[in-house]
Design a protein around this ligand. Structure first.
Ligand SMILES: NC(=O)c1ccc[n+]([C@@H]2O[C@H](COP(=O)([O-])OP(=O)(O)OC[C@H]3O[C@@H](n4cnc5c(N)ncnc54)[C@H](OP(=O)(O)O)[C@@H]3O)[C@@H](O)[C@H]2O)c1
Length: 252
């Protein structure tokens, strides 16, 4: 599996780039937003909890990063007009988009398919898969305005090899992998947009703690420690790399 865990970016790798991160208020999305801003990007922080997005905004300013933008959006309730409005606003403000990290997801519960609550199944599939599809559809034209654009969809180990009891979470990640293969081929010869999937691997976040409550968090890398591949894929060093599956950690 491809991995750039030890990738060391040239300082200013993402200078003047405009990058949208979903689920930017916590966990891996928060770390990625900060890592991108530290490399010079203007980051659009998308998420559902404004106070968390504001805290990340403050952290980026304190680090000396370019002023980010906050875009509150709940992927659960957003509909196609919301995504169109968002694309219009981003076009008016920035004129283009250089990258998107589709990161926001929910876990749902761990239980057998047979007894899985049907409403929760639909929620997980919607937030983890259908919403990112609509968001991507709305943003592709903006990405086409960039010279060299990168789209990263967040996968998971259980989106590559199925595992009992992971129900719609695993299924949504398999669908995400399929989307990456379809979309990367469609865009390859007609645009400068590359599309790849990235599995962060076991990482010290709230989602991981919810999935493995008995696990000691100290046995896991923090989001800040796994940013190598996130940076590699977002910057120009990965130009021409598309339709590939990446891992953020070599051993997870
Ligand atoms: N951590 C791991 O070990 C691990 C392993 C494999 C894959 N992943 C994947 O990595 C990504 C990040 O996971 P994480 O561990 O950082 O999870 P996390 O700590 O639970 O953070 C998820 C983020 O997504 C946001 N989000 C959830 N539902 C949303 C919605 N309806 N609309 C907008 N934003 C929403 C959350 O916002 P709020 O904070 O406001 O709830 C939060 O900022 C996910 O795609 C996950 O599947 C994680």
């Amino acid at each position: 599996m491809l991995c750039q865990f030890d990738y060391q970016p040239t300082q200013g790798l993402l200078k003047d780039r405009v990058i949208l991160v979903t689920g930017a208020g916590a966990g891996i999305g928060r770390a990625a937003a900060k890592a991108y801003a530290a490399q010079g990007a203007t980051v659009i922080l998308l998420g559902r909890t404004i106070s968390k997005l504001e805290a990340v905004y403050d952290e980026i300013i304190a680090l000396g990063g370019a002023e980010p933008a906050i875009y509150p959006l709940n992927l659960e309730g957003a509909t196609w007009p919301d995504y169109q409005t968002m694309a219009d606003r981003l076009y008016e403000t920035f004129g283009r988009l250089d990258g998107v990290l589709h990161n926001a997801s929910i876990l749902g519960t761990l239980s057998p398919v047979q007894s899985y609550n049907p409403e929760l199944w639909q929620r997980v599939m919607h937030i983890n898969f259908n919403a990112p599809v609509m968001l991507q559809q709305a943003l592709t034209a903006l990405l086409e305005q960039a010279e060299d654009a990168s789209v990263i969809f967040t996968s998971s180990s259980v989106g590559r090899v199925g595992r009992a009891f992971w129900g719609p979470y695993a299924t949504s990640k398999f669908a995400t992998e399929g989307l990456v293969q379809v979309l990367s081929q469609e865009l390859e010869n007609i645009s400068n947009i590359r599309v790849n999937s990235l599995n962060p691997g076991a990482t010290r976040t709230q989602m991981r703690a919810d999935a493995f409550p008995a696990e000691h968090p100290d046995t896991l890398r923090t989001p800040d420690e796994i940013m190598g591949t996130y940076l590699y894929l977002m910057g120009s060093d990965s130009k021409g790399v598309t339709g590939k599956m990446f891992n953020a950690q070599p051993d997870r």
